[in-house]
Each structure stands twice: as C-alpha cells, then as structure tokens.
Design a protein around this ligand. Structure first.
Ligand code: PRT
Ligand code: ZN
Length: 295
C-alpha cells in the first residue's frame, strides 16, 4: 500500500480540488483547517497555496471535480458521492468525510397512488442524475422516460413536465413545499475524498499525511472525553463501562472512598452509558469535546 519512500522536495505539492462555492465549500475548507492546513479563502480566486503544507488548492464547480481528478490536473478532490457516481470517471474514493449528507430519491405528487417501483413503468421522470437513475431503473427492470434537467427539478410534476422526479433530498422541505412525496431512496451520499489513480509517489506520500490527519479529526468528532467521580465500591463496574483508548485513568479523590475516572466515549453509545454510570452512583460527570484523536 505504501509507496516507495521518496525524499520530498520543496517542489512536490499535493493538488486538491474543492468546490468554489456551494454546500461543500465551507465544510471542505473547515476540514483542511482542522487538519492544521492554512489556506486563505480568497473570493473569486481559482487557485491558492497552503502556507504550512505542500498543497495547492483549486476552487471549481463540483461537477467539474471528477474530470480534473481523472485527468490528474488535481491529485485529489472533495466532492459528493452523488457526483462521483453520476460522472462515472476513473477516480477512486479514498475516504468518506461525514459532511454533505443527503440522499438521491424518487418523489411523486403527494396524492399519487404509489405502491412500489412498478408505478414508474412507462412514466416520465425528471432528474439531474440520469446515469444513476438509469442504472437503478435497469436493475429494477423498469422502462421509463428520463427527462434530464439541470435545476429546479422539483417543479417538473407541477408544470406537467414529468410524473415523478429523482433529486437530492436532505431535510425534505423542498419536496414538501412543492407538494411532492419521497417514495424511494436510490442512493445515500456524503462528501468524499477522491484521488487520481496514477497519483505520483510524492503526492501519495502527502496524501497519506493528509489522510492521517483527516482520520484523527473524524475520530475526535465521534468521541467525547468524560471525567467523573466514582464510588470505589462500584469502581470495577464503572471501569468496565469505559474502555477508553487503552483503559481509563483512575485517580484517588481527596474524599475517602471516591475516585476520579477519565476516559473516552464513543458518540453512538454515549447516552446509554451515561445512564448506566449514573445508576452505578457516578457523580459530577463532565463531557468535553476532543479536538484531535490519534490512537
Ligand atoms: O455551483 P456548483 O455546481 O459547484 O454547485 P451545485 O449547485 O451543483 O451544488 P450544491 O452546492 O447545491 O451541492 C453540492 C453537493 O452538496 C451536492 O452534490 C451533494 O453532494 C451535497 N448536498 C447535500 C446537497 C444537498 N444536501 C441538498 N439538499 N445538494 C443539493 N441539495 C438540494 C437539492 O438538490 C434540493 O434542491 O437541496 C434541495 C433539497 O433540500 P431539502 O433540505 O429541502 O431536502
Ligand atoms: Zn454542481
């Protein structure tokens, strides 16, 4: 997996393409910042350089990012998986990034009798995602008429352009406001880091450095640091609930019969475990965010 180790020279740079403006721009910039990479976010700029990491940043329309990465003009890019699958370029998803979450769904008029995908047989469906939609319909054995439009897909049924739409949904309020009902999710998507398959040796090394930082940032977001006071008679049970990174830190309190326990807790099991800790007599529970987590 690791490339042959190469001594990086001052001219070796990792070129990354991110969205110029739109839903992924802010989170992409934030992620790089959390990775300790300083980039000035100049408006109207096409290209900039990081001041403390060998990185060049291209600001592009999200639809163009897969092509730039396939051509190797950028070594890596941050783009929604929906765009990756729709553009179908020769690029590799290296890491999902946990933001820009949405789903590509089929929606029909609120009062339509939709039972299952058979409803779509012979119907007209408006979408900006003809490739993903066609793959889905073929899989399901449905023949429908795909009508490709580039924006405001949600108004198509209302103006008689289509019977159904296939569009991105996050909160669902756009569908609701247009009298539509989501009936079938065909793809779940989030922002992803993609790479040029023939990436250079130096660039691969830089990518691995970046990935190491991204993973530390992601882990930190999914975990919390917990400090609590535990009665010694339940200490073993409390420690068993808090595995931590290796094992929890336990320090005696000045008050006889009590200890202070410090550990790391995963977000998913968080509330369950806090309730059990309380039931075991834990007090003064403090929960603190973690900035970076390197295991
Ligand atoms: O200018 P450029 O081409 O770069 O940007 P764009 O306008 O094509 O894309 P942009 O900025 O709107 O979205 C960029 C990426 O964000 C998408 O490719 C998805 O990966 C991701 N994303 C996440 C979304 C949404 N959530 C989303 N809700 N992209 C679009 N939407 C739209 C959707 O198309 C619909 O119009 O929001 C509306 C639905 O939102 P709800 O909350 O009402 O359901
Ligand atoms: Zn776009």
């Amino acid at each position: 997996m690791n490339p042959v180790n190469k001594i990086l020279t001052s001219t070796d740079k990792l070129k990354i393409a991110i969205q110029k403006s739109g839903r992924l721009n802010e989170d992409s910039m934030k992620l790089l910042k959390e990775c300790g990479i300083d980039i000035s976010s100049g408006v109207n700029r096409l290209k900039t350089e990081a001041s403390n990491f060998p990185m060049e940043v291209f600001f592009l329309r999200d639809d163009d990012i897969p092509q730039y990465v396939e051509d190797g003009v950028a070594d890596i890019g941050i783009v929604g998986e929906n765009v990756v699958f729709e553009k179908n370029k020769k690029i590799t998803v290296v890491e999902k990034l946990g933001f820009g979450k949405c789903r590509l769904s089929i929606a029909v008029g609120r009062n339509e009798q939709y039972e299952d995908v058979q409803y779509l047989q012979g119907k007209k469906i408006a979408t900006s995602y003809p490739v993903i939609l066609q793959n889905f319909l073929t899989d399901q054995g449905i023949e429908a008429d795909i009508h490709e439009i580039s924006g405001s897909v949600e108004i198509a049924p209302g103006i008689g352009l289509a019977h159904a739409i296939c569009d991105l949904v996050s909160s669902g309020s756009t569908l609701f406001m247009n009298g539509l009902r989501e009936v079938q999710t065909i793809l779940k998507s989030e922002a992803a880091l993609v790479k040029y398959p023939n990436i250079g040796v130096a660039q691969q090394q830089l990518l691995e450095k970046l990935l190491f930082r991204i993973q530390a940032v992601k882990k930190a977001k999914n975990n919390k640091y917990v400090l609590l006071n535990a009665p010694n008679h339940n200490l073993d049970k409390i420690i068993a609930l808090l595995p931590g990174m290796k094992s929890p830190t336990v320090l005696p309190l000045a008050t006889e019969g009590w200890s202070s326990v410090h550990s790391v807790l995963n977000e998913t099991a968080f509330w369950d475990i806090i309730e059990q800790l309380k039931a075991l007599g834990a007090q003064g529970i403090l929960v603190v965010p973690i900035e970076k987590m390197i295991i």
